[in-house]
Design a protein around this ligand. Sequence first.
Ligand code: NDP
Length: 453
Amino acid sequence: MSAFVDEFMAELKAKNPGEPEFHQAVIEVAESLEPVLEQSPEYRKAKVLERMAEPERVILYRIPWVDDKGEVQLNKGYRIQMNSAIGPYKGGMRFHPSVNLSVLKFLAFEQTLKNSLTTLPMGGGKGGSNFDPKGKSEGEVMRFCQSLMTELCKHVGDRTDIPAGDIGVGAREIGFMFGQYKRIRNEFVGVLTGKGREFGGSLIRPQATGYGAVYFAAEMLATRNETLEGKTCLVSGSGNVAQYAIEKILDLGGKPVTFSDSGGYIYDEAGIDREKHAFLLDLKQVKRGRVKEYADKYKSAVFTPVDESRDFNPLWAHKADCAFPCATQNEINGKDAQNLVDGGVYVVSEGANMPTVPAGVNLFVEKKLLYGPGKAANAGGVSVSGLEQSQNTLRLSWDAEEVDAKLHGIMKSIHKQCVDAAEVYGFQGNYVAGANIAGFLKVAKAMMAQGVV
Ligand code: NDP
């Protein structure tokens, strides 16, 4: 590590104590940027990276609501407005008990660079709450979302900050938040993306992140004249991103064999076919059930519950060609990364944000895997959110083929930007460096042009 990165990180840690996920996200980027900052000292002089790692605004608020028993409940609400150099703040809302400032700042920092790669004019933001939607009734989720938006509506807007979904926030929650925004502000605008089709949502938005991660894998494979046809694929998670990653793997002729939730994982050696995939969609989207129920239905599948005493996740130890982590941050530890390499995996495309710990990232890069980091590989979701905004502004809706073609084109462009930037700065084949550099440069140029703000 250079003296600059050492100093920069020491200061960042001192100013932002107790935020390990945020430190982890920033140091990876800072290390990739060393040659850029050396060649372009004006960025260092203008403290561009320092400013990028400091949110423009952090909104913290209280979310009181009343549960079905009449008890008052209280949650924390957050919105990180990270960077608006290239467009209004844009990024998802996460509802999960693990949500805190560190997690949201890491996500908002990543989002700024990711949005820059999409080719669309979107700044970076992220938000959410430590609310746990699991086990809550429909009425409780609605009252919570309404209380949240009663405060958040003062800080967001279709030209200011446009939230979307993330873990624990899907079409249902977006609908409730949109309804409350419209009621209070008396304006029907595209203030949120991921909306229902009937009120301005875009076709393909639910599919976009998962589809995009698989398109990105296909692009990486194409550099070696290969395709996904016949490839065995490990997928983690069973939420929005995992569900549609599995669908696109099937479309492109691959064989998905795993998925998971926080209770454990399914290994289906025979492969998850279309019928089983439809069962999974119904289980998760309609019944809101647990993945274990898949093994009750299909005898070819084995369910392995989470065992906290293990220091690795056996999902990543199965023999395969490709891996699509689609659950959450740091879900692949150093041992898991080694197991993936030992099991023959040579393509890793991250549907989740920062799912691999730094030791795993270094291993993938060192072993020259085709490794697509989340900020590039999962940018399909926010890209179609950007397209949803365009449709809302134009008061038009494009058909599924048109949106999917645009998504595919954007993923190809992101892949090319990563490859080109890596090559220019001497990191051939390293998508981590390529994504960090290409994402940084666009935002940095805009920040320089706008002066010290
Ligand atoms: P969902 O809430 O739809 O699904 C999340 C899945 O991951 C569930 O299967 C969940 O299991 C599992 N999971 C979540 N947290 C944990 C945990 N701490 N330990 C074990 N399993 C966990 O979320 P999404 O599919 O939308 O998001 C998944 C990932 O993709 C996240 O990293 C998100 O930031 C990223 N992402 C999402 C985008 C989107 O458009 N939705 C866009 C870009 C990135 P359980 O139900 O048991 O909690």
